[in-house]
Write a protein that binds this ligand. Structure first.
Ligand code: ZN
Length: 165
């Protein structure tokens, strides 16, 4: 197992659309294992493959109810709308309010290559929507107003300067 480097904003790969996984092979299982280890190491509740430099549709998450790994996840149903603060391992030190669906129905493939389908709500639904956004090249910064986005980017640049001195 290995802890992977997390790509941070404004890395180009975070803006790209990830590709579907055709076969769940040894390489995919290894990536999922390394991503899980990285997610726990960084104390994140979710991680998407593009965040570790892999343009594949694979996400890992754990909100304290056990590790889940989902391949080619898709939201096939949704209900309600709710706003809450979110952070992102790729945008360290920033939290913004993001509107999400309250309840979602998700399908995908597990590590055994089996199709799974389930309904989830609240925090878990939020985390899955956040990670699927990563697979489509979207960040929480794309969910806020332009003015707020500019303020955050200015703050990130300042943080970057102070840590690279
Ligand atoms: Zn994120």
């Amino acid at each position: 197992m290995a802890i992977l480097d997390i790509k941070t904003f404004p890395s180009e790969i975070l803006k790209q659309k990830a590709n579907p996984i055709k076969y769940v092979d040894k390489e995919i299982r290894k990536l999922a294992e390394n991503m899980s280890e990285t997610m726990y190491d960084k104390k994140g509740v979710g991680l998407a493959a593009p965040q570790v430099g892999n343009l594949l549709r694979l996400i890992t998450y754990d909100i304290g109810e056990g590790l889940c790994i989902l391949i080619n996840p898709e939201i096939i149903g949704c209900e309600g709308r709710i706003k809450a603060e979110e952070g992102c391992l790729s945008i360290p030190g920033i939290r913004v309010e993001v509107p999400r669906y309250e309840i979602i129905r998700v399908t995908g493939i597990n590590l055994k290559g089996e199709r799974v389908s389930f309904e989830t709500k609240d925090l878990l639904a939020r985390v899955i929507q956040h990670e699927i956004d990563h697979l489509n090249g979207n960040l929480i910064l794309d969910k806020v107003s332009r003015l707020k986005r500019e303020l955050i980017i200015r703050k990130l640049k300042k943080n970057y300067k102070s840590t690279s001195k």
